[in-house]
Design a protein around this ligand. Structure first.
Ligand code: CTP
Ligand code: CA
Length: 224
């Protein structure tokens, strides 16, 4: 049996992908975010569209061009991404959560720029953001085949397996972000893909090559 068929026709398949970081405002000039470049999510969108799928890409703030044939929706915060993702997910066959969603947002965004006080310390109160992919996987009807990512710096496979089960995902791609030559911001990546019935290591490769392998793998498991 061949692991990856060379060309796969995904015509008629609707795929929604989230990508990039989210940005959580503190005040009009400051925010909390992370180092996600969006490259992996954009590579997945490009690969899926090239194979004929109908792709919606929900992106946080990134410096990347929209791949040809892809419908892009730009968002800033996790709450905005949550809304856009749920609307798109109910009309999708496959949902891939590649975004590095900020786990917390500031409880109250200041209307004006915060001024530096006399005190040596300042505190921000943070509240938890909605878990977007868990919400998609919990959709009562029209639940898409749901694929997550797990960025970890230790116990990579163990944490990823826990996320697969806790979020009720169909598949998860574990990503070791402790190495600086892959993952966040890099052009290369390596993934361990885990589903209920098995596991597959996709060794270090350019994100575009990895994306084609992953979309092929997902399309083989979708509705299996
Ligand atoms: N995710 C999401 N919404 C969030 C947080 C994460 O949809 N509020 C998704 C990510 O897009 C990814 C998966 O959940 O597909 C795992 O993200 P990760 O940050 O690794 O896991 P968390 O559940 O946030 O746990 P932690 O950060 O504590 O490891
Ligand atoms: Ca997180």
């Amino acid at each position: 049996e061949q692991l990856f068929s060379p060309v796969k026709n995904l015509q008629g398949l609707r795929i929604t992908i989230t990508a990039g970081p989210t940005r959580e405002a503190i005040d009009p000039v400051r925010y909390i975010s992370n180092h996600s470049s969006g490259k992996m999510g954009f590579a997945l969108a490009q690969a899926a569209a090239a194979m004929g799928a109908e792709v919606t890409l929900i992106s946080g703030p990134v410096q990347l061009t929209t791949p040809a044939g892809v419908t892009r929706i730009d968002v800033q915060s996790a709450e905005q991404m949550h809304q856009a993702a749920l609307s798109a997910a109910v009309q999708s066959d496959i949902f891939i959560g590649c975004a590095a969603v900020a786990d917390y947002r500031v409880a109250e965004i200041a209307a004006d720029k915060l001024k530096k006080g006399a005190e040596a310390e300042m505190q921000l109160t943070l509240v938890k953001n909605p878990d977007i992919i868990a919400a998609v996987a919990a959709l009562p009807q029209q639940r898409p085949f749901t694929v997550g990512f797990a960025a970890e710096t230790r116990n990579v496979l163990e944490y990823a397996r826990q996320k697969l089960l806790n979020k009720r995902l169909d598949m998860i791609c574990a990503n070791d972000v402790s190495a600086s030559d892959r993952g966040f911001n890099s052009d290369d990546n390596a993934l361990s893909v885990i589903w209920r019935g098995g596991e597959l290591d996709l060794p270090k490769a350019p994100k575009q090559k990895l994306a084609t392998q992953l979309i092929t793998l997902i399309s083989e498991h979708y509705k299996n």
